[in-house]
Design a protein around this ligand. Structure first.
Ligand SMILES: [Zn+2]
Length: 408
């Protein structure tokens, strides 16, 4: 009986590995995959004999590039209803804060999400997820945060877990109960924070529904002191942390997140140098969300030069949500991170592969083409890797390999 050393062999393409350094680009390359793992990659002219005869198939790709599967590390893609009516209001001159104060904003999505059945949430989220997957996304983070009570937060997280079972994608779930103050706790934000710590967090953890815990540290969200309470509780349950920080003002949220070794601090338009230094020290990823910046028509840019200076890893995500970033395209975010935030094209590519994996704590298994990594990668019909950031409104995705399986 023949002993096979790989299931599939992919030849005839160039590689953008996202490893950085000398291994970043391999021209005229091949990749061998066994089970769910990359077992060999290198020049096509030096394929070891063992890998030339895979048990299932050889894919002779006609030029183009292979990159790691893209990772959308910040999304709210499970939600009820939409907020196009608020888009209209904002165009007529009302601010995001003013709309939030009128009971619009996040709370209108909370109402719609509480009323939605699990089935209808699954259906609407599936459509958004499919759009992402068609563009080469193989891992996505999905937050709760439109329930703001135990029942609906768990409903959202269950839907997110279900999406991971129904589609060829790794879903990482994040509990975002500290997203906004629910109407039943009006003027009682400390009591709601206690409810999160005493009831919601332990129950969600017992049900194994969350891979991380997040919060919204902002004037229209929660204070740093309140967030710290949630962080302490999450830490005691061994749940990794993330934070929406410095989006609309500087609350020193990123420094707080860093002091708790958070995986990431996200948004960061108002981040200052002290916050950047703190993030560098704790190796906390800066997740940049150009879709929200664009859609809210913000003008204050995140401090990209400082993030570079202190070598804070930068990731990019869609922030897919109905209020501030109704966006289902990670490729578009690549382009916008370059045009708006002035990332280099290489920084942008690393920001949706290696660094977005790190923002989810998946850096040992995801986000790079490397022997031993999970075999998630994408073949693109492009001439150079930077074409992925250059074009917008284009989808050159030709073939996705998820956990070693070509998706055809
Ligand atoms: Zn968000």
């Amino acid at each position: 009986m023949t002993e096979y050393h790989c299931d599939y062999l992919f030849t005839g393409s160039h590689l953008f590995t996202a490893q950085g350094g000398e291994e970043q680009i391999i021209l005229n390359a091949a990749i061998a995959v066994k089970d769910q793992t990359i077992v060999w990659l290198g020049k096509q002219t030096s394929i070891p004999e063992d890998y030339k005869n895979p048990s299932k198939a050889v894919y002779e790709l006609d030029s183009g590039w292979i990159t790691p599967g893209l990772i959308d590390c910040h999304s709210h893609l499970v939600y009820g209803g939409n907020r196009s009516n608020e888009f209209r209001k904002r165009l007529e001159g009302e601010s995001y804060e003013a709309i939030a104060h009128q009971g619009g904003g996040i709370l209108s999505t909370v109402k719609a999400t509480r009323e939605a059945s699990e089935g209808s949430l699954l259906l609407s989220a599936a459509r958004r997820l499919e759009t992402l997957l068609n563009e080469g996304v193989t891992t996505v983070e999905i937050k709760s945060g439109y329930g703001l009570n135990l029942e609906t937060e768990m409903k959202m997280l269950s839907v997110a877990r279900q999406l991971g079972k129904n589609f060829p994608v790794d879903v990482r779930t994040t509990l975002l109960a500290a997203h906004a103050l629910p109407p039943e706790y009006k003027d009682n934000s400390d009591v709601y924070i206690d409810h999160i710590c005493d009831v919601i967090l332990p129950a969600v953890n017992d049900a194994n529904l969350a891979d991380a815990v997040d919060g919204f540290c902002e004037n229209i969200g929660f204070t740093a002191k309140q967030i710290e309470k949630v962080f302490k509780k999450a830490k005691s349950l061994n749940l990794p942390l993330k934070l929406h920080a410095e989006q609309l003002s500087n609350q020193n949220g990123a420094a707080l997140a860093a002091s708790y070794q958070a995986l990431s601090a996200d948004h960061l338009e108002y981040l200052d140098e002290a916050g950047v230094k703190a993030m560098a020290k704790s190796n906390t990823v800066a997740v940049l969300l150009p879709g929200a910046f664009y859609f809210l028509q913000e003008t204050k840019l995140p401090p990209i030069d400082l993030l570079r200076k202190y070598k804070v890893p930068m990731a990019i995500a869609t922030d897919c949500n109905p209020g501030s970033s109704p966006c289902n395209s990670l490729l578009l975010m690549l382009n916008m991170a370059c045009t708006q935030f002035k990332l280099t094209t290489e920084e942008a590519l690393m920001a949706v592969t290696k660094h977005s994996a790190q923002a989810l704590g998946l850096q040992d298994t995801h986000g790079q083409l490397k022997v031993g990594m999970q075999a998630d990668f994408v073949h693109w019909s492009i001439d150079e890797p930077e074409d992925l950031a250059y074009y917008f409104g284009d989808n050159p995705c030709r073939l996705v390999i998820k956990k070693g399986q070509p998706l055809i």
